[in-house]
Design a protein around this ligand. Sequence first.
Ligand code: CNA
Length: 255
Amino acid sequence: MKENHFQLNRALKWVKEAQTLLILTGAGISTDSGIPDFRGPHGLYENSAQKFGLPYPEAIFELPYFKKNPNPFYHFASELMRNEYNPSLFHQLLAELQPQKQRILIVTQNIDGLHQKAGSNEVIPCHGDMTSASCSSCSTPYPIEAFNRLASKAEVPLCETCGAPVKPDVVFFGENLPESFYELYLNPPEVDLFIAAGTSLTVHPAAGFAAGMAEKCQSIRLNLQSTPYDSCFDICLNMQVEEFSKQVSRTGVKV
Ligand code: CNA
């Protein structure tokens, strides 16, 4: 308990002092916004196989399965699209910190667009997002308005060229990440502080990137649960990101 308190105070001091920060975020920073994560307590994986009739939970984001049966993905996507989600305290914290720091670069594994909605301006969505869509087979782009109209009703848009199911440009298991992420991976910036927040660090290459960054500079792992890469970090905090945000604001940083 005493050790936890000491580590938290050390982390708060680092956040206050750092001028350049790189933050890797995951689904855990959006649970308070109402979007379930995958692997956390009550995450999607706990009930998705049964709910969407999948052979195993990860199938919902696997391209070969999607091409045969895109319906489970569209049931999931329509839930995400029909609701109006708002940024959590942690999204707000990062946006509010921006003018007070030299640089805050966010790499997010999330596809929900909440960092941008909160006002953060340097965001790399390393698993893509839902702002464009294309054919899962021939890659022909699909008009986004028509995509939104159909997907929000859980209807599967079909490619006008080859008839295969269209998918939003989010990265499924086994697919390449955007070029902007690989550029960062190969040339990681010099920063004062790296934070991995709300991520189980189980999905690669993002998890490997986090491990590399954590060893390169001062680093904090902020998550409810431990991760496979905890030993790479200087500080590991097992706590809610919302609670951490409140603690940061108590140090005098306006949130
Ligand atoms: P994950 O594997 O589901 O891990 C999330 C982690 O966050 C878990 O370890 C939880 O314990 C932790 N967590 C949950 N709530 C909180 C909280 N309030 N405070 C602190 N920690 C919390 O998700 P990852 O992001 O690590 O995995 C990468 C996948 C998840 C990416 O491909 C995403 O696209 C995908 N995903 C995104 C969203 C979204 O966009 N909001 C939602 C669900 C899944």
